[in-house]
Ligand binder design. Structure first.
Ligand code: AR6
Length: 182
């Protein structure tokens, strides 16, 4: 599925984010920035050790206590097709989605896009942040993701292409429905 908002192309697709050829891909990281499972594990496994080395440096120089939830940092893409990885941390929902989780998830998407703009990045792929290990409800997470995206496009009018790369058809369908409801 593909649509345009204010000149920005938005694509929803099923796929593996480590295969995307956008300038940047977003990692659903945790605050340690030291890797993990899911998207994070796949990005570090395929991207190679240089990404981890850069993450270690960011921890040491900027975030000794870890990357706060809702913030974003950038490394190169290592062996990935993408030139950059933007690492962000979504909220741990454990099934809940109150105003707090919503705000933090919104910030994770918005700050990732802001950082992309700062680095001159024009195309970016997102996974479904916080809906795997962190167990946010997919429908609510999808609505929040689109809200952040549309706000960013309206405020900044910069990014040319934004992809949502969903791992399964079920999640893709929920994103599609959430998008149509906006
Ligand atoms: N490409 C696209 N989507 C994927 C991929 C992939 N290669 N692999 C999984 N997904 P998760 P979170 C989907 O758990 O909920 C990690 O251990 C997955 O099916 O990756 O933000 C980190 O280190 C789900 O729909 O991220 C953190 O500790 C979505 O991506 C924690 O998990 C997000 O699942 C972050 O949890």
């Amino acid at each position: 599925m593909e649509i345009k908002i204010n000149g920005t192309k938005i694509i929803l697709k099923v796929g593996d984010i480590t295969e995307e050829d956008t300038q940047a891909v977003v990692n659903a990281a945790n605050s340690t920035l030291m890797g993990g499972g899911g998207v994070d594990g796949a990005i570090h496994a395929k991207g190679g050790l240089s990404i981890l080395e850069e993450c270690k440096k960011i921890r040491k120089d900027i975030y000794p206590d870890g990357l706060p939830t809702g913030e974003a940092v950038i490394t190169t893409g290592g062996n990935l097709k993408a030139d950059y990885v933007i690492h962000t941390v979504g909220p741990i929902c454990s099934g809940r989605f109150t105003e707090r989780e919503e705000k933090l998830l919104y910030r994770a998407y918005y700050n990732s896009l802001k950082l992309a703009k700062e680095k001159g990045i024009k195309s970016i792929s997102f996974p479904s942040i916080s809906t795997g290990a962190y167990r946010c409800p997919v429908d609510k997470a999808a609505k929040t993701a689109f809200r952040a995206l549309i706000d960013f496009i309206k405020n900044e009018n910069y990014i040319e292409e934004i992809r949502f790369v969903l791992f399964t058809y079920d999640v893709y369908e929920i994103y599609k429905e959430a998008f149509n409801g906006i």
